[in-house]
Design a protein around this ligand. Sequence first.
Ligand code: PMP
Length: 374
Amino acid sequence: MSCDPLDLVRPGVRASRPFVAGRPVEDLERELGITRAVELMANENPLGPSPRALEAAAVAVAGANRYPDGAGLALRRRLAREHGVTPGMIALGAGSNELLALLVRLFVGPGDEVVCSDPTFVMYGILVRAQEGVVVAVPSRGLAHDLEAMLAAIGPCTRMVFVCNPNNPTGTLVDRDAWARFLERVPPHVVVVSDEAYHEYVDDPAYPRTIDDLARKRPLVILRTFSKLYALAGLRIGYAIARPEVVALFDRVRVPFNVSAPAQAAAVAALDDVAHGERSRALVRAGKALLLTALPELGLVAHPSHTNFVLADLGRDARPVCTALAQRGILVRAMTTFGMAPNYMRITIGSADENRTLLAALSTVLGGTAAGVA
Ligand code: PMP
């Protein structure tokens, strides 16, 4: 007698869909017989990791017969110094994705509600649904979080609210005043999560310093990652900043040794290499300026962004355009994967060369779509 595992799995998992990861760039290169595909799909850093981080990781790899420091103390101390908090206020994860998963596991049960914006980072919904929680997705206003409507959506069954700041995929910011008004009014039974994966790219002085809000005795978790500015996406390392009593909860549900020694060592070295971070920021600033000027010249609406990507509205179905770009060795993301209308496409800012290659290909492809590709 056989049994379909789908009948056995938890109902939340049965109803859920997996995260759609970008196509591996090597796969595309093999198919096209090319060596240097342009990967602008996952908001990674085209500069590559800091050489100092690579060296530190290599030293750590030599000790791979040993388990890593399960408490991640050296990195937590370094992060504490960086942010002016105590090591007890830092939790480490295999990417901020792991911390998101742990948060949902800690606080959300069947029927519990979680409020977020729509569109926003898709993992919130995926994790909450798998836990049999209820996602209350509040439509954005323009492309920005509608914090008033999000507040209105909070009820007695709400356990958590996600604010993605700046937001993926819209690139929009919640400013200091709006954030303060919001935080003041979220009831204390709701855990507020400020996902700041793109924090280091924000230049706007109105960006809130959420770490200051940890002084209030209300559940607040700030998430950061080494995957973006610090260019360590492949090593999987992120962190949460929260009050010590919240940080201690992560230890109850995480697996031991969740962050590898090379990841921990590379992260410390990456924080120390301030110049590399500055180069990454400068690259994104210049690339963003170029795309925000050049994309409208191709007839697209390019939305201003506080991140290392730009959301473009093609005014027509973006999916065939993404496919045509892939055929030319360029990967960008069609935003239907984030539940958005098909006219949106998200472009990660690449190196100067990559941005130029993208624009040239886009110009050809859009000419082509006008002639019937779409
Ligand atoms: N939050 C947001 C808003 C993101 O865009 C991402 C990555 N795309 C993550 C969290 C997770 O990143 P990581 O697990 O690599 O730290």
